[in-house]
Design a protein around this ligand. Structure first.
Ligand code: ZN
Length: 210
């Protein structure tokens, strides 16, 4: 593999060049290490391209998953019409601008209109959208809109509090503040009382550490 990787940079006229598209992912990652000033042959790095490939595939596996399909198997008819809340869902994602992690908590609420989603599917839904290259704002609205389409509830509210390593590690962020985004649909948007109930329920156990 090391030999092959080197062909990328030293192509002879008589051979067909190995183009970027033909190169294996691990060859590209090995070349990335070289460009960063590293020696990919040294002990600690020999298997790094292989590990990076696996890690990157895991962290972006949401592209292979279909949120609507997963929800379809977990919808139930009920007459319950109080607010359903799943809060403090752990979220790990990669920002699409730097491919660095951002992570935090997601709070999801909705008021049913005849249908509910199996509770365990809500964190699953968060995961499917988080395991892609994202911006926090889009992640927030994708979660809300997918629930809206799946069960057409009276309304949906999603709040994400997250910290971004691309800001923290690069010294852009002055304090240890979290970015907060929200998406409010239906009654959560139109009715201040509903929205406030949601927000106060989130706050109720916030500041709990962790
Ligand atoms: Zn970023």
């Amino acid at each position: 593999m090391g030999e092959k990787g080197r062909q990328v940079t030293s192509v002879k006229k008589t051979e067909a060049p190995v183009t970027l598209k033909q190169a294996e992912m691990q060859e590209l990652l090995e070349e990335l290490l070289v460009r960063l000033g590293e020696d990919p042959e040294r002990d600690g790095l020999v298997r790094t391209p292989e590990r990076m490939e696996r890690a990157l595939q895991y962290l972006t596996r949401g592209y292979q998953q279909d949120a609507e399909k997963i929800l379809k198997d977990a919808l139930f008819d009920v007459s319950y019409d109080e607010m359903v809340i799943v809060k403090d869902i752990e979220m790990f994602s990669l920002c699409e601008h730097h491919m660095l992690p951002f992570f935090g908590k997601v709070h999801v609420a909705y008021i049913p209109n005849g249908k509910v989603i199996g509770l365990s599917k809500i964190p699953r839904l968060v995961d499917i959208f988080a395991r892609r290259l994202q911006v926090q704002e889009r992640l927030t609205t994708q979660i809300a809109e997918t629930i809206q389409r799946a069960i057409e509830p009276q309304g949906v509210g999603v709040v994400i509090e997250a910290r971004h390593l691309c800001m923290m590690m690069r010294g852009v962020e002055k304090q240890h503040s979290a970015a907060v985004t929200s998406s409010m649909l239906g009654v959560f948007r139109d009715c201040q009382e509903t929205r406030e109930e949601f927000l106060s329920l989130i706050r109720a156990r916030a500041g709990n550490g962790s």
